[in-house]
Design a protein around this ligand. Structure first.
Ligand SMILES: [Cu+2]
Length: 448
């Protein structure tokens, strides 16, 4: 079954918007929204199969891709605090794979370390309790040297954690809460997904939102909550609305921010997530708003107002309490060198590069001379970003609160505070530009 079989809404919508330099109107297709699986309340383990298949990227033509359970993105998992997620990964690819639950704080056996990669035909049984703040996390392959290809070919999905604090805010829900997995892709002459990275990483020629090319979403005159994931291999998106209206930013990688903030543009690097409220209540039926990527000059997703409703949902101002981690016990330096090394070392799956005492607050200092972007991602704990010097020379609203991925651009130094207080064991720090990761810009460490 192709993804298109689950598409909802009317058929093809032909936009009258004509892009500069294009031959004619762009044909737009309904945004695909993956099915949601309440993985915390299943009686038995959920079977997640990675395999080659065909998907409808919009318009009905089938493209060859690699998928989790027939979808791009895969099913959206949802769980609440106290739940236990039980998921069996089945590998029907022709190469090893393993799944990492990006942003989920789990023990090392459940973290998708490349040493646990399973061969074709194999299975891996995950079982982990949900014990962290509400957030949009995600899952994607993490095998040694093969992550970039597997993600670019389509393997990724969202993992939503709910908690009572967020539930009490009365945020938009149901049809007014929409996950948006934004990535780029390249198609070959037959229209199949292909992975051909250049020397500086994989940069696809078209954007996909939830696996849909040229998508539109019919909306009401209501307040919407978009849970946005940067799912590209290497590309940093600069999100904005063509109306000029700001987003109301409420959350990032690690959960709710202390307070909502209005932002006109957002840089979204591979692995980063933001939760955005967009208010369509002042619009009229027939109005259109485009979500754009100003960096590439791409139209990402067109919102089409089709129904007048009365929506009294308030926009919350105070959201959560962010307790500062406090003073560090020690400082560690990480230099992201070239396109394949951390502190001069290429990744070795069997080498543990350092040990971190359980429960200690540490200051980690990330530096690079070039070859950015380096979205630095840490497994096993979230961190608080405390400073950026050089390069852009400032922190941005979406970098407050808790993060697990922070963008390091050329000549920047970014400092974070981190504490591993959930599990001991072996975890990873790596560049989330996936071609850098696959080249070896990754390091094993052990929480002891
Ligand atoms: Cu990098």
């Amino acid at each position: 079954m192709a993804s298109g079989a689950l598409l909802t809404g009317a058929g093809v919508f032909s936009s009258t918007r004509v892009l500069a330099g294009s031959a004619g109107p762009i044909t737009r297709y309904p945004l695909y929204v993956p099915p949601t699986v309440d993985v915390g309340s299943l009686p038995t383990a959920y079977l997640l199969t990675a395999k080659a298949s065909t998907v409808d990227l919009g318009g009905g033509k089938l493209s060859k891709a690699w998928v989790y359970n027939n979808f791009i993105p895969g099913p959206t998992f949802r769980a609440g605090q106290g739940d236990i997620a039980k998921i069996n990964l089945k590998n029907q690819l022709a190469q090893p794979t393993i799944t990492h639950w990006h942003g989920m704080v789990v023990d090392y056996q459940n973290d998708g370390h490349p040493a646990y990669a399973i061969q074709p035909g194999g299975q891996y049984a995950y079982s982990f309790p949900i014990n962290q703040r509400a957030a949009l996390n995600w899952y994607h392959p993490h095998p040694d040297k093969l992550t970039g290809q597997q993600v670019a070919m389509g393997l990724a999905g969202a993992f939503i954690v709910n908690d009572p604090e967020e539930g009490a805010l009365g945020l938009p829900a149901g049809p007014y809460e929409v996950p948006l997995v934004i990535r780029d892709a390249s198609l070959n002459t037959k229209g199949n997904l292909q992975y051909k990275p250049g020397g500086d990483g994989f940069f696809g020629r078209i954007p996909l939102v939830n696996g849909t090319a040229n998508p539109y979403l019919n909306v009401d005159t209501a307040l919407y909550r978009f849970r946005v994931l940067g799912g590209a291999n290497a590309r940093v998106f600069e999100l904005a609305l063509d109306s000029g209206d700001p987003f109301t930013l409420i959350r990032n990688d690690g959960g709710l921010l202390a307070a909502s903030t209005q932002v006109a543009t957002i840089d979204l690097a591979p692995g980063e997530r933001v939760d955005l409220l967009v208010d369509f209540r002042a619009l009229k039926v027939g109005d259109r708003v485009m979500l754009r990527d100003l960096s590439a000059g791409w139209d990402l997703l067109q919102f089409v107002v089709i129904r007048q409703v009365s929506d009294p949902t308030p926009i919350p101002t105070t959201l959560s309490t962010i307790v500062p981690l406090g003073t560090e016990v020690r400082t560690r330096d990480f230099s992201f060198d070239g396109m394949s090394k951390i502190n001069g070392l290429v990744y070795d799956m069997s080498r543990i590069d350092f040990q971190v005492p359980f429960g200690d607050v540490e200051r980690w200092r990330f530096t690079t001379g070039g070859n950015a972007p380096h979205p630095v991602h840490v497994h096993g704990a979230s961190f608080q970003v405390v400073s950026r010097t050089g390069g852009r020379g400032q922190l941005f609203p979406w970098e407050s609160g808790w993060k697990d991925t922070v963008l390091l651009q050329d000549r920047e130094t970014v400092e974070v505070l981190i504490r591993f207080a959930s599990y001991k064991g072996e975890y990873l720090i790596h560049c989330h530009k996936l071609e850098h990761e696959d080249n070896g810009m990754m390091s094993n460490f052990e929480v002891v």
